[in-house]
Design a protein around this ligand. Sequence first.
Ligand code: URA
Length: 449
Amino acid sequence: MIPQRIIAAKREGEALEPAALEAFLSAYLEGAVGEEQMAAFLMAVYFNGLNDDELAALVESMISSGTVMERKGWPGPRVDKHSTGGVGDKTSLVLAPLAAELGMVVPMISGRGLGHTGGTLDKLEAIPGFRTRLPLAEFDRVLRAVGCAMIGQTEEIAPLDRRLYALRDVTATVPSLPLITASIMSKKLVEGLDGLVLDVKVGRGGFMTRTGEARALARAMCGVGEARGLAMTAILSAMDRPLGRAAGNALEVDEALACLRGDGPPELRALCIELAAEMAVVGGVAAAPDEGRRRARAALDGGGAMERFLRLAAAQGGRLGAGGGELPRAPEMAVVGAEADGVVAEIDPLALGYGVIRLGGGRTRSAQEIDPRVGFRLAVEVGGGVGRGDPIAEVHAATPAGLEAGVRSVRQAVRVVEESVRADQLPLVIDRIRCGIPSPWSAASNGCR
Ligand code: URA
């Protein structure tokens, strides 16, 4: 196998033989294909895509690069949720304990921040002491004891995806339908799941900016899962604005804790309840989404989900203190005020996501250390009215220079216009695609729709 020939073939838009692609990928794992060659290959895939056979070969290579977990012998259905990535998306921190509280077993493998989006692992690591690199035997112990466990990839878990994920992050090759499909589905398929819920983000803050693209991504992921017997639902949700009010790792943990206490921003709570309800359905612990929603609300408001999160954090070494009091705080904070009276027409999630990176809360190079303390806490929502000087956001920064950069990011992200202009935004839940589920609520049970 000559790496340059594989790269050139993909650059020219030719279809690769699955065996040739698999040989190229395993040579990369063994060090016989260099990072620069893989970066060039990823860019060729970004432009020319992969056909179904190539995609299946990529998924298979990612899965077989590590261990596959055991699906049988657990006290409940193994169910997970994965998001395609957004700004302010802290739903995983709420959903793992919430779904466990509803009777599911949640073996969650998450990623770090990717491009301008935040990552669940980075958020968890904002909790002092929280260990996201558990050996699989310990992961299993936490899962049996708590009903949920949250880790990142290790050399044991889809290591090929782990390496490609880090490379895509810094080579602008993230927003590619086949690369996202393979990355997400390989991680989920090694978890030995009975059911999976995908949250496919649509809008400037996600990797799919249009609903049609997001639907195609959802269908591609459903196709891969369904071929392997997984019950799935994909929700298309709004990412034309940040989810909730906090962006930045420790600030997002704080907001997730508020949601777990039955509080927090309404959109964050609403999306968590929707996703938990769909998890309950694909896991077979609720007959229909309404029952799942009702039980999810009760678990948030009754304190069960919060108590479960505290047990999870403790089992993985995290020290939260009373009410999250031990979360790290940035030394500099400024409140940004509105420059004029009006209505908030837009909060650009992309500007805020890059703002977090500029503050040091995300990466510009693989394996870079990040500062968990920095970020933004919005004081306004799209459609809300403001008066001149009213607070629109807090900036949390490590240095005075960071603070200034953060203030600029807020000014760029939050657009205030005259009151006569109507603010336009996507519905929070845009669509649902159900796949391969024996459906109790409709006669048509099989196939994506
Ligand atoms: N999440 C992943 O795990 N991989 C991607 O490629 C994008 C989001």
